[in-house]
Design a protein around this ligand. Structure first.
Ligand SMILES: Nc1ncnc2c1ncn2[C@@H]1O[C@H](COP(=O)(O)OP(=O)(O)OP(=O)(O)O)[C@@H](O)[C@H]1O
Length: 368
């Protein structure tokens, strides 16, 4: 079966060289997920020859939309009209229809001429034409001496092909926010590596794994690696820290661990699910203290999102069900300050004396 894949808008306006890279990666990602016998590029479209189910295209980033289509060669408009009549005369019975034509190449007719000729051939079999609100829409994309004919346009998730924009280490708690932040980075083409501080034993770990499985449906066939760090051990080293700054100190340790891991695996950023002032550890002052002297970009794709917006996205992504069961493991102190003092937190971090490399070496790694 032939499928037309339209690239997400942004890819179309890139320079020819980087556009070719994006197209190449997108084709490989598609091949990871569905059975493609042949793939080629045709003026802004990727044309796939596919065997079996193609629905998984709806979760491949970099795709704007896709349509199962027929390709026909023609020498006159009559050839196209007859093809459309044979294919659609039964389909439009008792229905209103519209013909949508797009044309590239040199022809002795315009798109409008073509729509009129094809439409009038089909008209006698139908209940008439309705360009505003048709029951059946038939698309004819005319190229020089051939045309794609189709009647369905399925939406893709937009974004950029995964693997085209770099690796990021995601601080992944498994609550609502970090899975959504992960998805946002995947949408922008990043390869994600998850880092979890296991604070709630096997239940915590299993929930994280289930969420990663859902996210992997959006990951264009790439593997997701999860590093599980012993969070309880880290927490034990913070028992002497004043409870007002314990969460911030733990967060700094998380950032440091993520930074160390990122440097080991050639990732160029870390990502978190923080949103400005959602909880006390996420005030601007506390974010300043948490990331002070962390020498790697920190991405917070949800910084401007309200909780409700995040929850709606988690429903769309599919992680809602698992996130909603996750206890707040980071609520390790109910007395957290909204304005931690940098010097105090740095001192607490130093006193905790964490060996970050060892923490990572001892991490359990699970690949989904
Ligand atoms: N146990 C953990 N392991 C790894 N990262 C964590 C952990 N807890 C928190 N984080 C990181 O810190 C961010 C903020 O966590 P916090 O607990 O303050 O807020 P939250 O709203 O509960 O976040 P989430 O919904 O992602 O759990 C998380 O989005 C995540 O990036």
């Amino acid at each position: 079966m032939l499928i037309i894949v339209r690239l997400a808008g942004e890819i179309g306006i890139k320079s020819p060289r980087s556009r070719a890279n994006f197209e190449y990666s997108l084709i490989n990602n598609i091949k990871n997920v569905i059975n493609v016998k042949n793939a080629k590029i045709d003026q802004g479209y990727i044309i796939l020859d596919v065997e079996g189910d193609y629905n998984k295209l709806n979760k491949i980033f970099g795709i704007s939309s896709y349509s199962p289509a027929d390709v026909i060669s023609f020498s006159s408009l009559k050839d196209i009209s007859e093809y459309v009549r044979n294919k659609y005369s039964e389909v439009v019975k008792g229905k209103k229809f519209a013909i949508r034509v797009k044309r590239t190449g040199k022809h002795n007719f315009t798109s409008l001429d073509a729509a009129k000729v094809i439409g009038s051939t089909l008209y006698p079999y139908s209940s008439g034409v309705d360009l505003e609100n048709p029951d059946v829409e038939i698309f004819v994309d005319i190229r020089q001496d051939y045309a794609y004919v189709y009647d369905k346009v399925f939406h893709g998730p937009q974004g950029l092909p995964i693997g085209t924009t770099g690796k990021t280490v995601v601080l992944f708690s498994g609550g609502f926010d970090s899975p959504v932040a992960t998805w946002m980075m995947m949408k922008r083409g990043a390869l994600v590596i998850l880092l979890n501080f296991k604070l709630g034993g096997e239940i915590h770990k299993n929930t994280v794994i289930e969420e990663a499985k859902i996210l992997s449906e959006w990951n264009s066939g790439h593997k997701i690696r999860i590093f599980f760090v012993d969070g309880i051990k880290v927490l034990t080293s913070l028992t002497k820290v004043n409870s007002y700054i314990r969460v911030i100190t733990l967060k700094r340790i998380m950032y440091r661990t993520a930074e160390t891991l990122a440097k080991e695996i050639n990732a160029y950023s870390i990502t978190t699910g923080e949103s400005l002032s959602q909880v006390s550890s996420q005030t601007m002052k506390n974010l300043f203290v948490t990331e002070y002297n962390i020498n790697i970009p920190i991405f917070r794709p949800l910084i401007g999102f309200d909780k409700q917006e995040i929850i709606e996205l988690s429903r769309k992504i599919g992680t809602y069900e698992y996130s909603s069961k996750m206890p707040e493991y980071c609520a390790i102190s109910s007395k957290s300050t909204t304005s931690a003092k940098l010097e105090e937190v740095i001192k607490a971090e130093e006193e905790a004396n964490i060996d970050y490399k060892k923490l990572i070496e001892e991490a359990e790694i699970v690949e989904i």
